[in-house]
Structures are given as C-alpha cells and as structure tokens.
Design a protein around this ligand. Structure first.
Ligand code: 173
Length: 489
C-alpha cells in the first residue's frame, strides 16, 4: 500500500457521480444507491456502525484501493445535530444510575429513550403485526410453577455447561447484529462483560465489530459460539467457518429461519422517514428499495437455497458442534437430530421472521415428547435451547424444567450496553444471578439438575386464546409496576 499516492478531497469529489464513484471509508451488498449518496465524500461516519472494519479488505480487491487520503483537504459529510439528538443526549446524561436498574425491562426503557430513532427501530422491530414478539413474553406467563418445599436450599448453584463448555449461568448471549448503531464499542461491550462474568457470547455474522476484533478482545480461555448466515458463495462461508474454528470458537449456530428477512415495519418506516436525502439520490435505482429497512438492505448475501442437503457439507468442513438455530416444530427437531446436529435452538428469531409462529417455549413441549418417543432425548450429545422473550431467571427455569439445557438472551443484553456499555451487561448478568438464587430457593431446586417437568404446570401453554372475565375492579385498583426514573434535567 505504501507506493499508493495520497489523494486530496477535491480529487475524490470529482468522482462523485455514477460514472466514477469514489468514496472514503476506513461490490457493496446494500447496492449502489447508498454508495452514490456518499459519492465523492467521506462516508466513514455512516459506514462504521453498519460494517465490520474488515469488510472492505475482505471484499474489495486491493487494486480498488486508490490510496491514502490527505484528511485536511476533505469535505466531511457533516451531520447537523438535530433537536431530537440534543434531547437524546440530555436523556443519556440524566439516565438512571445503574444502581437503580433492577430488571431487564429497565434497560429497555432507557435504551428506547437514548438510542437514535433508527437504531431503536431496527433493534426493537419484529415482523408484520408483531404478534409473535409479544407472544414470546406471554407464553412464559401461561406456565405456572409447582414449587417444592423443605429441601435445604441454603446453597444453590445455577452454573452449567452448554455444548460441553462451562457457563456460570444457563444463559448465553445470543447473536444480535449491528451493535455499533447503539454504542461506539458495539459487541465488544458484550465480549468484555462476558469475560468477567463467565458467560458465553454468540458472535453474529453481521456484528458491527469484526470477528477478529471480538476474538482479539477476549480473555484467555473465553468461550464463544458463532452464529452463521450462510453465504450464496459457499467458499466465503467455508473460509469464515474454518477461520472461526482455528480461532477457538466452540460451536456453530447455523441460522435456519431466515431464507428471507422478515418485514420489520418499524425499521422500514424509519428508513422511509428519515432518509429523505438518500431517497432522492436512490430514486431511479432498482437494487435497494428505500423502504426496506437497514437489515434487509444488508442481507442479500444470505442463501435462500439452504437445505437439509447442506448439513453433511457443514460437517465436512468443521469439527465444531453444529446447532440449528430457528427450529419451530417437532418434525424438524427430529430431522436435525437425524442429520447429526449436536443441538437445536427453538426460536422464532425474536419475533422477527414468520409472524404468528409459536414461541420457542411452546415448541419445546412437542419437541421433547417427539424426541423422547424415538429415544433421542435425553441425550448428553444433543442439547435443546430456547430463545425469545426471556426477561427473568424464572423464565429460564421454566424452559429448563421442560427440557431445555440453556436459553439465549439477545435484546436485553443489547439494550444493556446501548444504555450503559460493558457495565450495563455485567449488571444484567448480575440481575439474572440474583433472580436465579431467589427463584431456585423458592422452587426447591438446589442445582439445575433438580429441575424437572413436575415443577411447572404447562397445561395452558398451547392454548392461544384463554378467555377469562375481566376483573374490572381489580384492574382499576392495580398499581402498575414503576420503571426506572430519569433524574430531572
Ligand atoms: O434479525 C435480524 O435483524 C438479522 O438477523 C439480520 C439479518 C441480516 C442483516 C442484519 C440483521
């Protein structure tokens, strides 16, 4: 690179058009329109939250790198600070002290207030009418405990193993994309907190931080799993998977519920509303629609032809245990077992894929019955995980009692770092710990191996409509729980 010449801002600006498009950043999957928006300019600020730092060096041939830039001559795409942004900054400064955060919902309230609108829309959105994302919560409330008493619970232990790897909690940090939309350190907040708290992080294919940045930030011996979106170009996927294995990743979680990305309407509307300038540049382009939202814009590499036939290939390219993430029926759980997967995640992708798909917790019931019938469960070499809607240790205990080995938690940890960085994630983990201690004592489980199906009543779980008369007087009298309060500004 040293023999490349140094370019000036004006020189780059001359290439701000369709025929010659140069940009400055530290074959683009989002299409050409978005690049043209920044043509001839410094696009670093817009580029960084969306792309891992190695995206260009990995995907763009070296001869397309024109040279270093003399930064003193460059016209930056200066973002004006809007009123909304000022307000958000004020709220960030006045956010509740971390000591006042006592549950996962608190993190969500703070994140909603302090995140840029676009980031909040992307993270919080789910598909279509968002029925499934809400059902994910409700499902846990249709399961009731049958606690046991007088079992000497002076000491309780909630540590476990996941895919044979030690974990201080029966919870792993599930993959979420685009962490830098919410915090400048992005997913590294998770990595650092996970290291300190003995929790396993699942790295997302579409993390904002590069895979290597995350692994380089790891503590010695820290455990990671990798979430995989399978590329249409299998050679890219092969290299990525084998690189991950070489760098010590302990499990490959292949996402199987996203041949096409769900329509997340909050995300879509946001793009439409706030990208006026971009929309104009993009008007006559076909490849990226202005109303599709940030996730869809960067997901075109995902291969919708992925099928059961590909599983032997994955087994041939890696020795990592393979887990299929996004199983939603007993039929597919059986196929996954028979295909030689070491685990499955019963998941609806946080309600972001097929709307009115059932909750992972509900699917767990039929999966355990079907696997048991065939003698596939219980089995130390095949684990079942559940994700979606988990906010409390009591939720986790319900899933474990019904047969799950561990649960994935995505958004709560994401919201924790958006609002409070690494410390927020550590606090979230600490809250889970406190809740495990209390709930296990009250349930009469000294360790996770004491959890059994008899400790829950899940008879209402598969009933999707439960009609009960409104208890009006009670409803009017009930004082809703309060959320963390902001300091007055
Ligand atoms: O749920 C998602 O948003 C997701 O998995 C994704 C997929 C492609 C690009 C960005 C995010």
């Amino acid at each position: 690179m040293s023999d490349l010449r140094v370019l000036t801002g004006p020189e780059v600006e001359q290439h701000g058009n369709r025929d010659s498009c140069w940009i400055i950043v530290h074959e683009h999957p989002g299409g050409s329109k978005i690049i043209l928006k920044y043509a001839g300019k410094d696009a670093t600020e817009a580029y960084e939250p969306i792309h891992p730092p190695d995206a260009i060096t990995t995907n763009l041939p070296v001869d397309k790198h024109l040279g270093a830039i003399d930064t003193s001559t460059v016209v930056k795409v200066v973002k004006e600070v809007t009123e909304a942004e000022k307000q958000r900054q004020a709220l960030m400064d006045a956010r509740p002290p971390l000591d006042n955060i006592i549950n996962m919902h608190d993190f969500e309230v703070v994140a909603k207030a302090v995140l840029p609108e676009k980031a909040w829309a992307y993270y919080s959105s789910a598909s279509d009418d968002e029925i499934t994302i809400r059902e994910n919560r409700l499902a846990y409330q249709r399961v009731w405990f049958r606690p046991r008493i007088l079992r000497d619970v002076s000491s309780v232990d909630w540590s476990t193993t996941i895919l044979g790897q030690k974990s201080s909690l029966p919870v792993y940090i599930s993959a979420t994309a685009l962490g830098k939309l919410g915090h400048p350190d992005g997913e590294l907040c998770l990595t650092r907190a996970a290291a300190k708290q003995g929790v396993i992080q699942m790295i997302a294919t579409l993390a904002s931080c590069s895979f290597d940045d995350i692994i380089d930030a790891a503590a010695p011996g820290q455990t990671f799993f990798l979430q995989l979106y399978v590329n249409r170009d299998r050679e890219i996927t092969r290299k990525y998977v084998q690189h991950a294995e070489r760098r010590g990743v302990k499990g490959l979680f292949i996402t199987v519920d996203a041949p096409q990305l769900g329509r997340r309407e909050k995300d879509m509307r946001m793009k439409f509303v706030d990208d006026g300038a971009g929309a104009k540049v993009q008007e006559n382009q076909k490849d990226v629609k202005k109303d599709q939202g940030v996730a869809r814009a960067i997901s075109s590499f995902i291969d919708p032809s992925l099928s059961w036939k590909d599983i032997p290939w994955f087994k041939s390219i890696t020795k990592m245990p393979i887990v299929l993430k996004g199983i939603a029926t007993a039929e597919d759980a059986i196929l996954a077992y028979e295909a030689g997967a070491q685990g499955i995640v019963l998941s609806n992708h946080g309600g972001r894929q097929l709307d009115t798909a059932r909750s992972g917790l509900e699917v767990l019931l039929e999966v355990v019955v079907a696997l048991r019938q065939r003698g596939y469960f219980p089995n130390p070499n095949f684990e079942i995980y559940v994700d979606g809607g988990v906010r409390r240790a009591s939720d986790v205990l319900k899933a474990l009692a019904l047969g799950a080995k561990a649960v994935g938690v995505g958004r709560p940890f994401l919201y924790a770092f958006c609002a409070y960085g690494q410390e927020g994630v550590e606090k979230a983990i600490q809250i889970f710990r406190d809740e495990f201690e209390m709930n296990m004592r009250l349930l009469g489980a000294k360790s996770l191996s004491d959890l059994e199906p008899e400790m829950v009543d899940a008879s209402a779980l598969t009933q999707h409509v439960v009609m009960v008369p409104q208890d009006n007087l009670y409803q009017n009298t009930y004082q809703p729980l309060a959320v963390a309060q902001f300091r007055s500004t």
